[in-house]
Structure formats: structure tokens, C-alpha cells
Design a protein around this ligand. Structure first.
Ligand code: AQP
Length: 332
């Protein structure tokens, strides 16, 4: 079986609809076809300031949500990044292979540091894509399910895998991004020109999966559309409506063309009301399942302990090969 690997940050508490449609749904699907490794990336979380108690709680909460979304510990390996020290260890080697200019070209760093104020952005935020390279290469992953915003980081991963292999001999699998075009970028409901994001979205434009379903319904119903009335998929002329159609189509399994026919001659209000109901139907059991995992921390922690053990077995083998290739003297 080919390998899949991906990670998600625990920082915001609740995952948002963009995380779910762009990434987590693909994690669930790839369990069936791949030897899949998924992790909650707490090392990445501290690239921005975190309250320690909140980080710990949010890390458990993230794992609970992944299980609630359909990850099955019998069919994939779910773990916490900091439980596998090899990530930081291989991360260092990758730092030493990356050009400063190369790292400076990462657009996500430019965006995030500009939002924070360049003086306040940490070196960790700058080098986080390089740690992500190590995350992926440690598992010899073939496929990396992510949203469009991560494409550049996967390109960097491919470059560094090839660079290491050329310089030191074949060691790493060169991975490919697994990006599902239709849902690769879910947009903010209030400003459909920007992606839905925990840090850049307005609260009304961001659908958090753990919000009260009533709040979710309200946000969907007040989504920004346009002054026209036709329900048609046209991301350039009608980005708001197109975003709603994408979300509807993905959650119901109907094609966008079917939806265009279904809503012919209907008002935007009809689409929004239906989508609000669909969202409520989706998030209500999701919230219940998440709470069930949180109410049973022993089971949750045991799933994560088993996951870390399986992950470490793979990661340790890759790291040992990389250490040897680089020329580190083995410890006796
Ligand atoms: N709007 C989105 N559409 C599709 N996919 C998305 N992802 C995030 N936003 C969208 C994908 O979700 C996965 C996990 O994301 P993350 O929280 O670990 O990191 P992120 O990309 O930094 O998410 P945010 O919410 O966008 O955070 P900020 O605001 O900090 O930048 C990734 O695969 C991502 O592509």
C-alpha cells in the first residue's frame, strides 16, 4: 500500500469547515487505500504564542475531532507530533539543507508575519515549512492530503527530498500533494475573495464545526452573495454563491450541475436555508461524537499512545538511515 501522511494544528480549538472539506475528508478517504499516518501538529502550534493549558486541552480536542470525523485507529495511525521526537531531529537536518532565500519565498510566512508584525514573528514560524518537510519524509509518504494553501510547502518537501537523495544517496520517497480541486480552497462566508481561515476570517465568515448549530445556521443564512439572483457556479463572477454550491455539493454528494438544476428559478434564500439545514445535520452528530471521546480520556490517550508507538517505529528507522547518510557517528 502507498503511504499517506498529513497533520493538522490544534490551535483554534474547533476545526473549521475549510479544514474539514479541504483536508480531513481526504484523510478519512485515504484510510481505505493507503497506509495512513495522521498527526496533531503541536510543534507547529507553538510557532505562534500559546497558553500551555489551552494547548494541552486543544491537542486532545483536535484528536477527538479527527476521530469524530471518521478516522479509525484500526485503519490509520493517529498520533501527536511531540510524542515522536524524530520530527524535531530530522527537522534540524532539513534546516541545514534549506537555503535562506528558498525559505524566504514561502508565501504563507509572508502573509502570517505581515499580519503579526514582522518583528514579532518567530524564527519558528519562518522555519515551520522545513519541519513540515521532516514530518512528511520521516514516513516515506507518497501522498500528502492538504488544501491548496499547502501546495508550496509540498513543493519544498519534494525539492529537499531530491536534494538529500542526490547529495547523500537514495533515502527519501519524493511525495506528491493530494489536493482535491473542488474543495482545495473553501472561502470565507463574508468575504469570498479570501480563504476561510482561523486567523484571517471574520467570526461571521468562519464556520467552526463545534459552534452551536444555531450559530452555524445563522452564519450560513447571512453569507455574502451578490446582487444578481441566478444560482449558478461561477467562481469569478459569483464567488459567494459558488462557495455555497461547493459546500452543498460536497456534503450531499450531489453534483454542482444537479444543484444548478434543482435551484433554477429559486432565490438565494432557498439555497441558504437548505444549506443551513444540511450543515446543522452534519455538525450535530459531529459535536456529540467529539464530546464522547473527550468524556473518555483514557480511551483517547490509549489510542494516541498506540499511534505514537506505531509512528515511532517508522520514524526511527528513517531517521537512523538519514543520520547514517549524513555522517553522524553512531552512539555506542
Ligand atoms: N479554507 C480552506 N479550504 C481548504 N482547505 C483548508 N485548509 C485550511 N483552510 C482551508 C487545510 O486544512 C489543513 C489543516 O490546516 P491547519 O489549521 O493545520 O493550518 P492552516 O492551513 O494554517 O489553517 P488555517 O485555518 O488557514 O490557519 P491560519 O489562519 O493560521 O492560516 C491543511 O491541509 C490546510 O490546507
Amino acid at each position: 500500500r502507498p503511504r499517506a501522511l498529513s497533520g493538522i494544528q490544534p490551535t483554534a480549538g474547533s476545526f473549521h469547515l475549510g479544514n474539514y472539506l479541504g483536508a480531513i475528508r481526504q484523510y478519512v478517504a485515504l484510510q481505505e487505500t493507503h497506509d495512513a499516518f495522521y498527526m496533531v501538529v503541536d510543534l507547529h502550534a507553538i510557532t505562534m504564542p500559546q497558553d500551555p493549558a489551552e494547548l494541552r486541552a486543544n491537542t486532545r480536542l483536535a484528536a477527538a475531532q479527527l476521530l469524530a470525523a471518521g478516522l479509525d485507529p484500526e485503519r490509520c495511525t493517529l498520533f501527536i507530533q511531540s510524542h515522536v521526537p524524530e520530527h524535531a531531529q530530522l527537522g534540524w537536518i532539513m534546516n541545514c539543507l534549506t537555503g535562506f532565500g528558498e525559505a524566504s519565498r514561502m508565501t504563507q510566512f509572508k502573509d502570517k508575519s505581515a499580519r503579526q508584525g514582522t518583528d514579532r514573528a518567530t524564527v519558528g514560524l519562518f522555519t515551520y515549512p522545513i519541519l513540515q518537510v521532516a514530518d512528511i519524509l520521516l514516513y516515506q509518504a507518497n501522498a500528502v492530503p492538504v488544501g491548496e494553501d499547502q501546495r508550496q510547502h509540498i513543493e519544498l518537501t519534494r525539492d529537499l527530498a531530491e536534494r538529500f537523495n542526490t547529495r547523500f544517496g537514495d533515502t527519501f520517497t519524493v511525495p506528491a500533494p493530494h489536493i482535491v480541486k473542488e474543495v482545495a480552497k473553501i472561502y470565507d462566508l463574508q468575504d469570498p475573495s479570501i480563504k476561510m481561515s482561523k486567523s484571517a476570517s471574520t467570526p461571521k465568515g468562519l464556520i467552526n464545526l463545534l459552534d452551536d448549530p444555531k450559530v452555524t445556521a445563522k452564519k450560513v443564512k447571512s453569507a455574502v452573495t451578490d446582487t444578481d439572483t441566478v444560482i449558478r457556479f461561477d467562481p469569478v463572477e459569483k464567488p459567494g454563491v459558488s462557495n455555497l454550491l461547493t459546500i452543498h455539493s460536497t456534503l450531499t454528494g450531489k453534483t454542482v450541475a444537479e444543484l444548478e438544476t434543482e435551484y433554477e428559478g429559486k432565490m438565494y434564500g432557498a439555497l441558504k436555508t437548505d444549506l443551513a439545514d444540511i450543515m446543522v445535520e452534519f455538525v450535530t452528530p459531529f459535536r456529540t461524537r467529539t464530546q464522547e471521546y473527550l468524556d473518555d480520556p483514557e480511551t483517547l490517550d490509549s489510542i494516541l499512545a498506540k499511534g505514537a508507538e506505531k509512528a515511532r517505529a517508522v520514524a526511527a528507522e528513517t531517521l537512523a538511515a538519514a543520520y547514517d547518510k549524513v555522517g553522524f557517528l553512531p552512539a555506542k
